[in-house]
Design a protein around this ligand. Structure first.
Ligand SMILES: [Fe+2]
Ligand SMILES: [Fe+2]
Length: 184
């Protein structure tokens, strides 16, 4: 039987990126779609991997961040009360499919090499949170400012600060985890 493999790029493909729309509403829909995907699908799956790998502490970290991604969506929804359920964007759709395909591989690999899966999940989480707070969401904030929508801009800034904290939490967890593995 072929040895199950999972690469960092495969895990990176499980993340969806929100895209700036023509209008603030379009941007908001993409934002809520991605944040709710992270809240309901992606980080809960990472939490499941961590628990399966015997690291409930890291499972709790992923679950805690999942909860905050839900809050991010909620903050913006309060400004866009007419939104309803956003249609799933192309990139989220793609990410959902990737996650499904790697799930089976991942379960098999966690049995054999749980450290590798967890280490990759953490390092990808750092990269994605960095991308959100350094690149994607500052652009959304600036779009809101250009359109004189201070309320939306303020929410995006709150989100940026929160994603930066997520990146730091994951980086600390990754550094600790690598140190533990090196010592073992
Ligand atoms: Fe978020
Ligand atoms: Fe985040």
């Amino acid at each position: 039987m072929e040895k199950p493999e999972i690469t960092e790029d495969m895990i990176l493909d499980c993340f969806a990126a929100a895209t700036e729309g023509e209008s603030l509403e379009g941007t908001a829909v993409s934002f809520v779609d991605v944040e709710e995907y992270e809240n309901k699908v992606m980080y809960p799956e990472f939490a499941r991997w961590a628990k399966k790998a015997g690291r409930p502490d890291l499972g709790r970290l992923f679950a805690k961040v999942a909860g905050e991604e839900g809050l991010h969506a909620h903050w913006l929804r309060e400004l866009y009360t007419e939104m309803g359920t956003p249609e799933r964007g192309d990139d989220t759709e793609r990410a959902v499919e990737v996650l499904k395909t790697i799930r089976a591989n991942c379960d098999a690999l966690i049995e054999k090499n749980p450290e590798a899966v967890l280490e990759k999940a953490l390092s990808v989480a750092v990269r994605v949170e960095q991308r959100e707070y350094q690149d994607i969401y500052p652009r959304f904030r600036d779009q809101a400012l250009e359109k004189n929508d201070q309320k939306s801009a303020d929410i995006y800034q709150r989100v940026i600060d929160s994603e930066q904290q997520h990146a730091e939490w994951f980086q600390t967890a990754l550094d600790d985890y690598r140190a533990e593995m090196a010592a073992a």
